[in-house]
Design a binder for this molecule. Structure first.
Ligand SMILES: C[S@@+](CC[C@H](N)C(=O)[O-])C[C@H]1O[C@@H](n2cnc3c(N)ncnc32)[C@H](O)[C@@H]1O
Length: 271
């Protein structure tokens, strides 16, 4: 996008995760500052585009699994990103048109494009909340959340490629616990998260340094740190794995490598 055409409320001088992710996925809704930030990360972790694509593929598989095999009909998708092929409501409503989805993001550019997320079937519903994951109270008390989802019935809480934007100071484990509190037993939780576990010590140090330079706070987490998100939850098969090994559709020889993607994913249920 041309920096001079930035709509009101949108800052084209500071890199944003949603616009950078859009760039890695081959989209056009990004500014020079986002592309620079994206290339800074790619200079240390050259397969980051593949990681973004595989994350998107995981999202589609996870939503299909939840709707088709777990009977999930309500989704709370926090960190939605810019509308893209296979938005949660499109995948879920293909399986059952009555599915209801609440999208949440804190980026004004996602809000500006939110109309593309509000294309529900007549039988289902979608809503968009402009809110920050670090303020779970705002999300949980929002009237549009309650107008769209019935929290007395199970919901799938989707935190796909967002928790790594929460630093330790943001209390990511506390935020998740607060979001889970009002959800009915039988609710599902889906998380994907970047990791440095498969990098050499040099690559790890370079990746951390590149993320610091990129202008977007970012925290790689180890398998142990990722696993801590699921304390008190029952992780469903195949357990905590690389996203490329989570219910894969492709045979092993056609899959992206665990190292190139460097993301964990899992789906769990609240007992
Ligand atoms: C990498 S994208 C992931 C998009 C989508 N979930 C997916 O997996 O394809 C991360 C999204 O999280 C949003 N995000 C990051 N930090 C956030 C926060 N604290 N509150 C709400 N949204 C946030 C960004 O604006 C961005 O749209």
């Amino acid at each position: 996008m041309d920096d001079e055409q930035a709509p009101p409320g949108i800052d084209p001088t500071k890199a944003h995760p949603s616009r950078r992710y859009n760039y890695w996925l081959g989209g056009k809704d990004n500014y020079a500052v986002d592309r620079e930030s994206a290339e800074t990360v790619a200079s240390a972790f050259p397969t980051v585009r593949l990681a973004a694509q595989e994350n998107r593929r995981f999202l589609r598989r996870a939503v299909s699994y939840l709707a088709a095999e777990r009977g999930v009909r309500q989704f709370l998708d926090i960190g939605t990103g810019l509308p893209s092929a296979g938005n949660v409501h499109e995948v879920a409503q293909e399986i059952d048109p009555s599915c209801r989805v609440v999208y949440v993001d804190n980026d004004p550019i996602v809000l500006a494009h939110a109309r593309a997320l509000l294309t529900s079937t007549p039988e289902g519903a979608t809503a968009y909340l402009d809110a920050d994951l670090r303020d779970p109270e705002k999300i949980l008390t929002h009237p549009d959340l309650h107008a769209t989802l019935d929290l007395s019935r199970p919901v799938a809480l989707m935190l796909v490629a967002i928790m790594h934007f929460l630093t330790d100071d943001d209390d990511p484990y506390g935020v998740l616990a607060r979001l889970l509190e009002p959800l009915a037993p039988g609710s599902h939780v889906v998380i994907t998260h970047a990791t440095g576990d498969h990098l050499t010590p040099e690559q790890y140090a370079e990746t951390v340094a590149a993320n610091e330079r990129s202008g977007v706070p970012f925290r790689l987490r180890s398998k142990e740190e990722f696993t801590r998100f699921f304390t008190g939850l029952e992780v469903l098969p195949p357990g905590i794995t690389s996203i490329v090994e989570w219910r894969p559709e492709d045979p092993p020889e056609k899959r992206s490598s665990v190292e190139d993607v460097s993301m964990y994913g899992a789906v769990a249920i609240k007992p």
